[in-house]
Design a protein around this ligand. Structure first.
Ligand SMILES: C[S@@+](CC[C@H](N)C(=O)[O-])C[C@H]1O[C@@H](n2cnc3c(N)ncnc32)[C@H](O)[C@@H]1O
Length: 272
């Protein structure tokens, strides 16, 4: 069953064909993938369900949509139509945010989507408050459901480019994190992204910086002196985003960070 499914997925251009086949099989059987080798019989109904999921994956429906969840650091987040699937590379920005969150801190996560970054901070650090900001009416229900178990997380429906964003927190935020839409408009993306991630979660205007520019300006107002900001960006923006932070004039310690594949991935700075 796994051999045929892997072949079908490879032929459809799925890069991680074997892993995807195993995860779908484990999902159908209701077991962890590590236990697949111990399975000696599969019921007909399970086989049909598996074939159906493999066929949808071959049509490039994202694996996480078929599973209904995406793994992010120590969390399993609900995902589906209308919300951006959190990516492994964003775990690095979340990890940086967690390292910089002192007990009792106030943290803001802009462009929160499923809440991946906000909830990882709430889960792994001891903030007093994490404000998760999202605009999309389709993404917000996922964010609210994912955040429901976290008492320190406050979901706020707002546009992060609003010059008055979170006015009550001006000068009081310790850590501000943001994984915005940043792919330059018109950039070719795989079918999973083009057909299933919301366009407003992916594309950031002609140069990819249309959300990042106002976020940098607002971060300078929201952060307390000494507070820190971390912004994920496209790999073509390894210089552009650090330059925007320097050009603002209100930040020090501007730094560029690469992901595990060596690509420029996020920029950080400290409010002077
Ligand atoms: C790249 S996704 C990141 C989601 C999540 N933070 C993560 O890392 O998985 C960007 C998110 O920003 C939201 N978004 C886009 N423009 C926005 C805006 N102007 N104000 C608030 N949210 C916005 C999208 O709906 C999407 O959920």
């Amino acid at each position: 069953m796994l051999v045929n499914a892997t072949k079908r997925l490879s032929e459809a251009g799925v890069a991680s064909a074997r892993v995807d086949a195993e995860l779908l099989a484990a999902h159908v059987l209701g077991i962890g993938p590590g236990r697949l080798l111990l399975v000696d019989t599969v019921r007909g109904v399970e086989l049909r369900r598996f074939d159906e999921l493999v066929e949808r994956r071959a049509r490039r429906v994202p694996l996480q949509h078929l599973l209904g969840t995406a793994a992010f650091r120590h969390l399993e987040l609900e995902v589906g139509d209308g919300v951006f699937v959190p990516r492994p590379e964003t775990e690095l920005l979340a990890g940086w945010g967690i390292e910089h969150t002192a007990p009792g801190a106030t943290v803001v996560d802009l462009c929160s989507g499923t809440g991946a970054i906000a909830l990882a901070v709430a889960d792994e650090a001891r903030p007093a408050l994490v404000v998760a900001v999202e605009r999309s009416p389709l993404a917000l229900p996922y964010l609210r459901r994912n955040a429901a178990a976290f008492g320190t997380v406050r979901v706020t429906e707002a546009d992060v480019t609003d010059p008055e964003l979170l006015a009550g927190l001006e000068g009081r935020v310790d850590v501000l994190l943001c994984n915005p839409p940043y792919v330059p408009d018109g950039t070719p993306v795989p079918p999973e992204v083009a057909e299933h991630d919301p366009a407003e979660a992916v594309f950031g205007g002609a140069d990819g910086l249309s959300v990042i520019r106002p976020v940098v300006a607002r971060a300078a107002v929201l952060l307390r002196p000494g507070g820190v900001v971390g912004i994920e960006h496209d790999d073509v923006h390894g210089s552009a985003v650090p330059d925007l932070l320097r050009a603002d004039g209100r930040f020090t310690e501007v730094a560029a960070h690469r992901d595990l594949t060596g690509r420029p991935r996020f920029a950080t700075a400290r409010r002077a």
